[in-house]
Design a protein around this ligand. Structure first.
Ligand code: ZN
Length: 270
């Protein structure tokens, strides 16, 4: 599943091809994604894409009347192709711009979505209750600590809660807690302030590093057969059950927390 770094890399990959381009037409081949694609997205036809932003795992293509809001779901992929490129299976949506380029959305499992956020209208419900972006100054370990008091939920679930901070998915939660030396099972309000201060910095570093790694795949966005956004990751604990810890060589343990696979070293994480 694409996590925040993959979505940010998608944004960086498609932006140079779409920004300041006029939308010639929007072709919807399969309207039923996770939610129905609203007819209103056709309001963007004839308008210029002023900017492409990311909020949590949503991409927003801004025009003067509103924004096309895209979520990749479980299996969604975005490519830039010439608009006459033959359509493949699961190519559900095209956004064709004046240069002749086309943003093509392919999603085999159809958990992705494409919505319309009109200017001046209340924010879509998908944007309500979202916490701060982890890579901005609105997020740090101090606010994590303050918001954790009185919360007995496992610290791993706490940092994966979008109301606390957006975009810390399962892989990056595992990796960040390992680097911070925090047991993922520990109740959020039992983690000390100094550990949250370190964890806040580490979450930023882990996500920024993943985006940087993904930067090497940017050229794939302009290749229909490329695999944009899914890049090899350097993982220290995630998926490494029974393999030696990179710090102390004890075998990595696995438990399920909040129905998600959780990997940790019970020697290095307290
Ligand atoms: Zn260890």
């Amino acid at each position: 599943m694409p996590e925040l770094p993959e979505v940010e890399v998608s944004r960086l990959g498609i932006s140079p091809h779409l920004e300041n381009q006029r939308i010639e037409k929007i072709v919807v081949r399969h309207r039923q994604l996770r939610w129905l694609i609203p007819q209103d997205i056709h309001l963007a036809e004839g308008l210029v894409i002023q900017s492409i932003r990311r909020r949590a795992k949503y991409l927003l293509l801004d025009t003067e009347l509103g924004s096309i809001v895209i979520h990749l779901g479980m299996s969604g992929k975005l490519h830039i192709v010439p608009s006459d490129t033959p359509v493949k299976k699961h190519d559900h949506l095209d956004i064709v711009v004046s240069s002749g380029a086309c943003l093509r959305f392919n999603d085999a499992r159809r958990f992705g979505s494409c919505l319309w956020q009109a200017v001046g209208q209340p924010a879509l419900s998908v944007f309500s209750n979202l916490g701060p972006e982890p890579l901005t100054d609105d997020f740090d370990g101090k606010t994590l600590f303050e918001r954790s008091r009185g919360k007995s939920v496992a610290v791993k679930n706490f940092i994966m809660d979008n109301k606390i901070v957006v975009g810390v998915g399962n892989i990056y939660a595992n990796e960040s807690l390992f680097l911070a030396g925090i047991d993922p099972r520990k109740p959020a309000d039992k983690v000390k302030k100094k550990d949250y201060l370190a964890l806040g910095q580490i979450i930023k570093q882990v996500l920024a590093h993943a985006i940087q790694q993904g930067g090497t795949t940017l050229k794939d966005f302009a290749q229909a057969d490329g695999k944009p956004g899914y890049f090899a990751q350097e993982l220290r604990v995630y998926g490494r059950l029974n393999q030696p810890c990179v710090n102390c060589i004890k075998p990595i343990q696995s438990v399920t927390i909040g129905q998600r696979n959780t990997f940790f070293c019970d020697n290095c994480q307290k």
